[in-house]
Structures are given as C-alpha cells and as structure tokens.
Design a binder for this molecule. Structure first.
Ligand code: ADP
Ligand code: ASP
Ligand code: MG
Length: 401
C-alpha cells in the first residue's frame, strides 16, 4: 500500500516528538508500505516567525512572508529524515519545489495548480521514505509560495491525490473528529465517520482539526482521509462520501471560530452601487468577507456590518478608509466569535435553527448576526460567551449522548 502520513505542529513539536514520529513511520515502512510523509513546522514556529515580521511591519510584504514562513516546515522535514536515517530507514527530505508542487502566484494563500510526482515516485522506487515540507510550493515564476494557515493538510491531500495513494492519514494531538472541540467540551464524542460536506462545514467554521481547503480537495479527488492521533494507536475518524445512515443524523457537530472580526460602517450613503464598490475593493485585496448585514435605511443612510478574518482587519481598515466620504463612522470589533451548528440532516428537518436561538436566549447571549445554509446555522456573538455557547448547544442537540 502507498500511504501519505501528515504530522502537524504538535506531533513534531519537540525533538522527542520527532523521534517518536520517526518510530511510527519506521514501523509502517517495515510492514511493507510505501510512505510519503508531509510535515508541518514545529508547533509555535510559524507564529514565532510571524511575530518577528510584525516587529518590523504591521502589513509585511506577502512575498517575504512566504520566504520566511516556508522555512519552518523545511526544518522539520530535514530533522525527521535525519532521525529516520539513524534508525536504519532510508529517507529523504524535500522542499515543496523539489516535490513538484506548483501553485499560482497568490502569496500567503496560494492554490496548488498541479503536482509533478516524478521526483517523489523515483525516490519511492529506491525504497526511500519521502518527507515533504508541507504548506508550500513554487509558482510559475519560480517564487516560493505558502498555502494559508494549516496548509500542510492541503499539501498532504494533494500529494495523496497525485500519487493515487490508498489513504491520507492526518495525525494531530486528537484521535479523530469530535462532535465539537474536545478542549472546550470534554463530553464531546468521537465520530467513526463523517461526510466530506459536514467536515467541510465544520472545518471552514473553525474546527481546525482539518484545514477546510484540504477537505474540499479530498472530496474533489476522492481521497480518503483518516484523522488520527500521533500520541496513541486509537482508530481515528474516516472522512468519506456521505451515506444514507449519515442523513439520519440531525446535527453532527458544533464549531467555534475565534478568529473573526466585525466591521460596522455607520451612516453609509444609501445609493445604488455603494455595496458593490465596498465589497469589490475588499475582494481586490483578497479579503474574505463572511457575514453581511445591512439595516433598513432611514434619512438616506444605512448601517452596514460584516465580518472578516481577524488577521485581515488591518488591510480591511485601509480599504475602508478610501470610502471616507461615503459614511459617517466605523467601528472595528475583535471581541466577537462565530458559533455554528452543522448537520446534513438539517436539510429535511425543521426547528433546528429555532432550537439554536432558544438556547442562546436561555443563556442570555445576544445574537449579533445570523447566517444559514442547507446544512448549517452560524451566529456571531460576544467572544466571552463563545465557549459557553458551544457547551450549551452541544447539550441542547444531545450530542453528548
Ligand atoms: P495540527 O497542529 O496537528 O495541524 P491542529 O491544532 O491544527 O493540529 O488541530 C487539532 C486541534 O483541533 C485539536 O487539538 C482540537 O483542539 C481542535 N479541534 C477543533 N474542533 C475539533 C473537533 N470537532 N474535533 C477534534 N478536534 C478539534
Ligand atoms: N505551519 C503552518 C501553520 O502553522 C502550516 C501547518 O501547520 O499546516 O499554519
Ligand atoms: Mg492543523
């Protein structure tokens, strides 16, 4: 079998952890499998490098950020290869470029455009364990790019797809996907299976156990993901195609996103085209706007509220400043969070949203914004109530049973 293993930051967070991961890989290799390993930077490394850059600039050049951040995963790849060689396992560390990962030019959030697997395949043929630095690739123009936070998951899935691997095992510090973050709600239950669609919603709404783009790609390529722990031998959660049984489950999980910020523009000139202008300008800066609320207008002006990733707030501030003649005032609020209820079964049941709102009301939590889709309900609330909301919703939908 050909298996792709991906080890996240906590799994390779110390030299001892790298040693223990090496032992796990050696065992899988000795069982006769071909193994490609994708690694993250050691935990805390990427944040440390970002802090270094922020020391000099609040909006550092994205190209240089890629130069900087791609180094973290390279360190781990080399150390793991050295550890494996010492255990008598032939292994080779590769950068994203050496592994044939091509991307677009979009620095710090590049998309993988293609993978040329020849180099990885020829190393596998020599009997080597191939260790690829995750989270990075090379653009057409030869520039180093990175794939967005948590992007090593995406590298792993893309490589599994390109090599037609039998499975893509993603190792972290939890032994699978739970009904909610087990750090917030210890009563959360591990799922044996979850559909691509539900996992995609949970991931894009804040459940960082898998990066959402990796789930999207796995669905597209039909790559089977298994989420496992590198700290135990527990079974893990399989992420695969939806089955009929799954649709009977009303709500499968609760997600919390603490990395959102809210922008509220007051007294915005209420004329045709203003929303188009503001949101086009934000989109041109690659700022991902999520929830949007526009109040009914009075006296020819209106209030416009929306959320953006907290990391994009500084850029959003600059964009909005260009419209200063079109509004009276603006607030930026980082003390918010987004809590979401996800489940494919919602498609065919009513009253799911009402229960979420009632649960918030009972706990005196004010809902500032709401958005819904066929399989999710999201609410923006005060950040200090985020964890309470997760726990009470988890109980209200009986996910602990
Ligand atoms: P890595 O650094 O290995 O990529 P992450 O920190 O990105 O690992 O993801 C693992 C973390 O995801 C867990 O420690 C857990 O706190 C968090 N998490 C959030 N939601 C969930 C969930 N529904 N199920 C499991 N883990 C979750
Ligand atoms: N090191 C990167 C990050 O912290 C990528 C990853 O870990 O997947 O976001
Ligand atoms: Mg991760």
């Amino acid at each position: 079998m050909l298996i792709v293993h991906k080890y996240g930051g906590t799994s390779v967070g110390t030299l001892e952890r790298i040693e223990s991961v090496a032992a796990r890989i050696a065992k899988a290799k000795r069982q006769g499998n071909d193994i490609v390993v994708v690694v993250s930077a050691m935990s805390g490394e990427t944040n440390k490098l970002i802090d270094y850059a922020m020391h000099f600039s609040k909006t550092p050049a994205k190209r240089e950020m890629d130069m900087l951040l791609s180094s973290g995963e390279r360190v781990t790849a080399a150390l793991l290869a050295i550890a494996l060689q010492e255990m008598g396992i032939d292994a080779i560390g590769m950068t994203g470029r050496q592994a044939g990962i091509k991307t677009d030019e979009h620095h710090t959030f590049a998309r993988i455009s293609s993978i040329d697997p020849t180099a990885m395949q020829s190393e596998l043929q020599k009997g080597r364990v191939v260790i690829v630095a995750g989270f990075q690739g090379i653009s057409e123009g030869g520039e180093v790019t990175t794939l967005g936070r948590g992007g090593s998951d995406l590298s792993a899935v893309a490589i599994a797809g390109a090599l037609n691997a039998d499975a893509c095992e993603i190792y972290s510090d939890v032994d699978g996907v739970y009904t909610t973050d087990p750090r917030i709600e210890p009563k959360a239950k591990k799922m044996d299976f979850i559909s691509y669609d539900e996992m995609l919603e949970l991931a894009s709404l804040g459940a960082k156990v898998l990066q959402s783009r990796s789930v999207e790609l796995a669905k597209k390529l039909g790559v089977k993901i298994v989420a496992k722990s590198s700290f135990s031998d527990a079974e893990g959660t399989i992420i695969a195609k939806e089955s009929e049984e799954m649709e009977e489950v009303l709500v499968s999980g609760i997600a919390l996103d603490q990395n959102q910020a809210r922008v509220t523009m007051r007294g915005v000139a209420d004329r045709p085209g203003i929303a188009a202008e503001i949101f086009t300008a934000l989109a041109d800066e690659q700022i991902n706007v999520d929830m949007i609320i526009q109040n009914a207008s009075s006296d020819g002006t209106t209030n416009l509220g929306f959320t953006v990733p907290a990391s994009e707030l500084e850029r959003a501030r600059k964009v909005i400043a260009q419209f200063e003649h079109d509004f009276k005032g603006v607030d930026f609020n980082q003390n918010i969070c987004k809590v979401s209820v996800v489940g494919v079964g919602m498609k065919s049941h009513s009253g799911v949203a009402a229960k979420a709102f009632t649960t918030m009301a009972k706990n005196n939590i004010n809902i500032e914004m709401i958005s819904t889709s066929e399989i999710k309900i999201s609410m923006v609330i005060d950040q200090k109530y985020g964890e309470l909301a997760v726990r009470t919703l988890h109980e209200a939908y009986e996910l602990d049973r």
